[in-house]
Structures are given as C-alpha cells and as structure tokens.
Design a protein around this ligand. Structure first.
Ligand SMILES: [Zn+2]
Ligand SMILES: [Zn+2]
Length: 240
C-alpha cells in the first residue's frame, strides 16, 4: 500500500500521460518513444560486413571510404580512428526520422534508446577508458535547449561504466546539414579545439549522432589526437 505522496505522484503521471500520451516516434502508436515493432525493423548495421577501420556498412572486404580517392574527397590521406562503428544504416524514414525527432523535436527520451543500441557496437578489444562527444554548435544548443551529442555520450558512458569527458569545443560554424561535401570540409577546417585527456584515458570513444561524410568526426578526432589522445574510436547511431 503506497503513501499519499506515492499515490499523488502516480496520479500526476497518469494525468500527464492522458494529456500528452507517449507515442512511438516512427509509427505514432501509443505506449513508448519507440515501439517494439519499429525497433525491430530498424536497418541495423551488420558488424561482420562493416569496415573495421571506418565502420562503413559493407566495407569489410573493400571499403567505399578507406581508399585514396574517397579519402581525397574529404581532404585526407588517412583516417584518424583506431576503429569506428555505427549502430544502424541511415535511412530517411526510420533512423533519420528518429534522429530528427530526437534533435529537432526535442524528444530527449530517445537518447537512452539510441545510446543502448550504440553501446552494443563498442568492441571489448577497443579498451575504451572514457567517452567524449562532438559538441553541437552553440547556436544549436540555444535553439534546441540541449546538446544532443552530450546527452548520447552521457547515456553511453553510464552503460559502459566509464567517465564522460566533455573535451571538445568549437568556435562558430554553420550547420553541417545545409552544406555540400566540400563546403563541410571548408566549414570544419581546424574547427575543433580540445582539452587534454586526463592520465589513464588511453582509449577515447568519440560519439556523434550520424556519420555522413566523416568530415566532422575526423576533424574532432584530429583535435583529440593533437592534444595527445592515444587511440580515438568513433561511434555514431547511424551511418550514411
Ligand atoms: Zn512504432
Ligand atoms: Zn573503411
């Protein structure tokens, strides 16, 4: 038998749920932020067919990014990661929509759902000691009221039981989504600054929501390596 305070708390939750019922971000079914059916239909990225270096979905044998021509397109001759993985393949109607509902419609409860899928992709052999994240632009944080990367990183750090360290900062840049591949590189050129990792943080997990061209994640990893990070592993929810 609960106390009156318990009963009042439950009652207030019932009222909130009646006025603003929780609905699936994809199919609108009532109950949870992502229903079981939609969750099981997400285009998962198969670890066994993905490139072990950059996480490209079908790159294990021949990668579409880890080759000189593709790397040149993002202005590089190599990638700064010791490893890279994504939980799902980007798809406008499913994984892309989840990211939009999370970021742009402010459904913060999705952070735990996305993070749980991301944490599963962290290989034990990576030896991750700490989690950090690609910070959102200051304008985006002001507009959305939260840093979507930080929230994901905090959830993942709790799941992996390692600290979350906000190590990266960025001066003002334009929202990457509105830009072409080349503009993205120009927009990002040296755009991150990092603080050094504390002693003992040898393997850093770098979290972001979507791996598009890799330009953002590479620029962030470069900044971490420049301040002495030993090994940087990239982790995103979706991979284009
Ligand atoms: Zn659903
Ligand atoms: Zn690759």
């Amino acid at each position: 038998m609960g106390t009156w305070a318990d009963i009042a708390h439950v009652a207030s939750e019932v009222v909130a749920e009646t006025l603003w019922p929780t609905r699936c971000a994809l199919c609108d079914a009532p109950g949870t932020v992502l229903c079981e059916r939609c969750a099981s239909n997400l285009p998962v990225l198969d670890w066994w067919s993905a490139c072990p270096r950059c996480g490209s979905a079908y790159g294990r044998v021949q990668c579409d990014l880890c080759n000189p021509v593709s790397l040149m397109r993002i202005g590089r001759d190599s990638l700064p990661f010791a490893g890279c993985a994504s939980a799902t393949v980007f798809d406008e109607d499913t994984t892309g929509k989840l990211v939009r509902v999370y970021k742009d419609q402010g459904e913060r409860r999705l952070a735990a759902v996305l993070a749980a899928r991301m944490a599963c992709m962290v290989a034990p052999s990576w030896g991750v000691d700490a989690v950090t994240f690609v910070p959102a632009t200051k304008a985006a944080v002001r507009y959305r009221g939260f840093d979507h990367g930080e929230l994901l990183a905090r959830e993942i750090s709790a799941l992996l039981r390692v600290p979350c360290l906000p190590m990266l900062d960025r001066p003002r840049t334009r929202d990457q989504r509105a830009l072409s591949g080349r503009e993205r590189i120009a927009n990002l050129g040296g755009s991150f600054s990092a603080s050094s990792a504390p002693a003992g943080a040898e393997g850093l997990l770098l979290v972001d929501d979507v791996f598009t061209t890799g330009a953002t994640l590479c620029a962030a990893a470069d900044a971490l390596i420049a301040v002495g990070a030993c090994a940087v592993y990239g982790l995103t929810f979706a991979r284009v």
